[in-house]
Design a protein around this ligand. Structure first.
Ligand SMILES: C[S@@+](CC[C@H](N)C(=O)[O-])C[C@H]1O[C@@H](n2cnc3c(N)ncnc32)[C@H](O)[C@@H]1O
Length: 199
């Protein structure tokens, strides 16, 4: 059976969430992350799942969230080896991200808080300078095969990718990796992906 291979690839992992609905607005009320926040709760849970272990943080992993709406695409990168103030509850992580989003993003990555960077740019541009291989993570791909695998893994939000995003990502990525036939939530995908890559 054909597999998406990340075996033998050493280095860091980058988990990317393409958030087509979350609103990257610093004044979002923490009490309404799912509603007014356009599922900003999922963003916070994704960052936690991408970076946190039990009582620790994955220093070899970065979490990136690309906000495609509204206006110019904007991305936030949280570096596992540097970030502070990310807690196991989604409200504290959301507060940390929203605080960082008060800064004005530029078209290149810029540090705006300890271990947190922002930049503007289209999804395809944002993905160009990240660790190889670039893998699209979707249920209709090939099984993932890895051994302490590294690379950049792109995951959709609660509604998945738009067709245009998917077409572009399929062209840009080295493969489409599936974690099984059950459709999972994006934050759960992050946890299962780490589990597979940690083997
Ligand atoms: C809640 S799902 C989105 C469902 C949406 N209907 C779709 O087909 O993309 C969120 C994202 O998690 C990833 N995902 C969910 N289940 C998966 C699976 N079994 N294998 C790999 N990726 C999965 C995909 O990137 C998906 O876009």
């Amino acid at each position: 059976m054909k597999k998406v291979l990340v075996e033998g690839v050493t280095g860091s992992r980058t988990l990317v969430l393409v958030a087509n609905h979350a609103r990257p607005e610093p004044d979002l009320p923490l009490d309404d992350l799912p509603g007014l926040g356009g599922r900003f709760d999922l963003v916070a849970r994704f960052v936690n799942a991408a970076l946190l272990t039990s009582h620790g943080i994955r220093e070899d992993t970065d979490a990136i969230v690309v906000f495609t709406q509204p206006g110019e695409p904007l991305a936030i990168r949280v570096r596992g080896d540097e970030v502070t103030g990310v807690g196991p509850d989604e409200r504290s992580t959301a507060a940390r991200l929203l605080g960082a989003l008060e800064a004005t993003p530029m078209p290149v990555w810029q540090a705006v808080a300890e271990g947190i960077e922002l930049r503007t740019g289209a999804l395809s541009d944002l993905l160009t300078d990240l660790a190889d291989p670039l893998v699209l993570v979707h249920g209709d791909g090939e099984p993932l095969a890895g051994d302490r695998g590294a690379g950049t893994f792109v995951i959709g939000d609660h509604a998945g990718f738009t067709q245009a995003q998917r077409d572009r990502l399929v062209k840009q990525a080295g493969g489409v990796a599936s974690l099984g036939s059950t459709a999972l939530q994006a934050d759960h995908v992050a946890a299962v992906l780490h589990h597979e890559l940690d083997r």
